[in-house]
Design a protein. Structure first.
Length: 256
DNA sequence: GCGACAG
DNA sequence: ATCTTGTCGC
């Protein structure tokens, strides 16, 4: 798969925000998909290792970290693995809530470029449009890939909920845009779904990434969830990045 | 000024 | 995300 070169990754905070505002206008968040007709679905995830080295520079310099990203493509509805891709990249862009894609993006780009098969949809461990500027990780990468993507985060970044989802799998609550001054969403506008994927466990925050609508996004998450809180494509990608990271880190303290 | 804050 | 030991539960 190839990335559209819509912008560089090496940007300042202000430039990153400007990029998000520009890309937001290209989003498609209203494409109704029949998830039962999807043939493949992918999951993507990232892990990283802060570069352990003697700090020569100033102490407030952001440490360079080595990121490993993985994409796992599965067939539907069996969820058998069709293809996997792993790649690494270095970044010094810090973690800033709302700018996660600029930290994980470079590694994800390389992993997707290794992918021969183009999945019908990809699930990300992070937000889609449920983001202060409507462009979370899943939406951002979806735009660069010009592909269908869904955000499935383990916790909330943006948006408010009236009460909590019911206790059973499938129970949900609308995630609404808060009444922020200068916000990109109208107050109360629906931006996602807080979804219980398993009885009695913490829900996940689902939102549209790109080229899909919220109803289909939620259906796809439920369709790919088997017994665990997180859907299988993301879990598989998570295992892959962690294995790859430890496989390539020589001085892992846990191996001494 | 004080919290909130994906991974 | 990563840093970390034991521990409660199925």
């Amino acid at each position: 798969m190839r990335f559209r070169p819509l912008h560089p990754w090496d940007v300042t905070y202000d430039e990153a925000v400007a990029v998000q505002m520009r890309l937001r206008a290209m989003l498609r968040d209203d494409v109704p998909l029949d998830v039962r007709r999807l043939r493949t679905v992918a999951g993507a995830d990232v892990a990283y290792e802060t570069r352990r080295r003697h700090r020569h520079g100033r102490d407030d310099d952001e440490p360079v970290a080595r990121f490993v990203a993985a994409v796992v493509v599965m067939r539907l509805p069996s969820l058998e693995i069709v293809e996997t891709a792993v790649a690494a990249a270095e970044t010094s862009f810090p973690y800033i809530p709302g700018l996660l894609s600029f930290r994980e993006g470079p590694a994800l780009e390389r992993a997707f470029e290794q992918l021969a098969v183009r999945p019908d949809a990809t699930l990300f461990d992070g937000q889609g449009v449920a983001h202060p500027r409507g462009l979370g990780l899943a939406s951002h990468i979806g735009l660069l890939l010009d592909a269908t993507t869904v955000g499935c985060a383990k916790s909330r970044l943006y948006g408010i909920t009236r009460g909590e989802p019911g206790p059973c799998r499938g129970n949900r609550r609308a995630l609404l845009a808060p009444a922020d001054p200068g916000a990109v969403f109208a107050p109360g506008q629906r931006i996602g779904t807080v979804l219980r994927t398993r009885d009695g466990v913490k829900p996940v925050w689902v939102s549209v990434g790109h080229r899909i609508d919220l109803d289909a996004a939620v259906r796809l998450v439920l369709l790919t969830t088997r017994g665990c809180r997180l859907c299988e494509p993301i879990r598989a990608a998570h295992r892959l990045v962690n294995d790859a990271l430890r496989r390539t880190v020589h001085d892992d303290p846990r191996i001494d």
